[in-house]
Write a new protein. Structure first.
Length: 411
């Protein structure tokens, strides 16, 4: 019985090797090197204005909203759907929160509860329409984009709603202290190292292939070094931005939901083959409605953070951010060509790439149209790469099934 188990373990490792993720990570490093070069007169002033602690802190702050929206987008795309309304919903929620506080003098707790509830209900409504009426997600959410963009203009009347209470502004502008940032970093390192150890113990328990201990140790050292370097950079400025902490916390929670819960497995099953999922007893309509409700929750959080960051609700809030969210999810590993593929954590990588392009090209004083052109090229490249790797995965699975059948026959 050992051979099939051993083979399945190897095949599993092959399938888990996300070549696109590594490719995008390398692309991010190249971008950072390039922007460092062009903002430092050819490395004569190493780091230039790009690698300063202030700019890197601002870059992460800018990325937080894209990362939060991208996290919700990953779950929707994994389930085989898409949400084109999330940017407008985010703007609508943010402006509604600003109006409730400025015009109706509600406190921050009341505003947060009302806004989050509204976001969830909006997502649930759109998800239910998609699941129970059979109208494509593209059409329902495109309609939502227009409806809630109109809602933004209706609330603001084309003017800015400000100022907000300091307690709400805190969620968009505040920084955690150096000490708290260090504590969070230590917890993150312990969590990552613990996860590696638990994964290794599980493989040994079920007699799967276990990598050399030294390789695991080096990876843990690498994780720790990266985290400590980031903490040192952030603490040399003002500490960890609160929006970034919120983003990381949500990514951690949603990663657990996607990968460790029955609900998450159902989403992957629905996205992979909706009819097979239905025949296996999964309530497709219920789960699709819930995933859009979760996306509405993320849009509400992002809307409140944006309102806090701007200290206002503005007519342009959330404009075109649905495109950045989808691009972040796809660049981070989610597949638009087929559901059931993608990881929540990939949204951070995708969001970081998108924000790096905006930040770097702005610092180079390039015209805004170049940012859209480059984003489009990278998104197209990511989808093309997905199509190519999908063919490779199909070949691996097909050859794997043949070999496993042969092994079973021999036994």
């Amino acid at each position: 019985m050992g051979k099939p188990s051993l083979y399945r373990s190897k095949l599993f490792n092959i399938e888990k090797l996300d070549v696109r993720t590594y490719t995008m990570f390398v692309a991010l490093i190249i971008m950072w090197i390039g922007f460092t070069y062009f903002t430092s007169n050819g490395f004569t002033n190493f780091g230039g204005s790009f690698l300063t602690s202030r700019n890197l802190s601002n870059l992460l702050l800018q990325m937080a909203i894209t990362g939060i929206l991208g996290t919700g987008a990953v779950l929707v795309i994994v389930s085989g759907g898409i949400d084109l309304s999330v940017g407008s919903v985010m703007g609508f929620i943010g402006c509604m929160g600003a109006a409730l506080q400025v015009w109706y003098h509600m406190n921050t707790v009341e505003v947060i509860l009302i806004c989050i509830t509204t976001g969830c209900l909006i997502g649930l409504l759109q998800g239910s329409l998609i699941a129970y009426t059979g109208v494509p997600a593209f059409i329902i959410t495109l309609a939502g984009l227009f409806v809630f963009r109109g809602g933004v203009l209706g609330i603001t009347k084309g003017t800015t709603i400000a100022p907000l209470e300091r307690s709400l502004v805190y969620f968009g502008q505040a920084y955690l202290s150096d000490f708290v940032t260090i504590i969070i970093a230590m917890v993150a390192i312990l969590f990552l190292v613990g996860s590696e150890i638990r994964r290794r113990i599980a493989k040994e328990k079920y007699h799967n292939v276990v990598e050399p201990l030294g390789k695991m140790v080096l990876r843990c050292i690498g994780y720790s070094a990266i985290i400590l370097i980031i903490v040192a950079i952030l603490n040399s400025y003002r500490g960890l931005p609160v929006p970034v902490f919120i983003m990381l916390f949500l990514v951690l929670i949603f990663s657990f939901v996607a990968e460790k819960t029955i609900f998450g497995r159902k989403l992957y099953a629905i996205g992979g083959n909706i009819e097979a999922a239905r025949y296996s007893g999964i309530n497709v309509e219920k789960n699709m409605s819930l995933v859009y409700a979760l996306n509405g929750f993320m849009a509400a959080i992002a809307g409140l953070i944006l309102a806090g960051r701007l200290n206002a609700g503005t007519p342009e809030a959330g404009l075109n951010l649905e495109l950045d969210a989808i691009a972040a999810a796809v660049i981070g590993g989610a597949s638009l060509t087929t559901g059931g593929v993608g990881r929540v954590a990939g949204a951070i990588l995708g969001g970081l790439i998108m924000t790096t392009m905006d930040n770097g090209m702005s610092m180079m004083n390039l015209d805004a149209y170049w940012q859209y052109i480059v984003k489009g090229i990278i998104l197209a490249a990511a989808v093309w790469f997905d199509v190519k790797t999908k063919k490779g995965r199909t070949k691996v699975k097909a050859s794997g099934s043949t070999l496993e059948n042969q092994v079973s026959t021999d036994l």
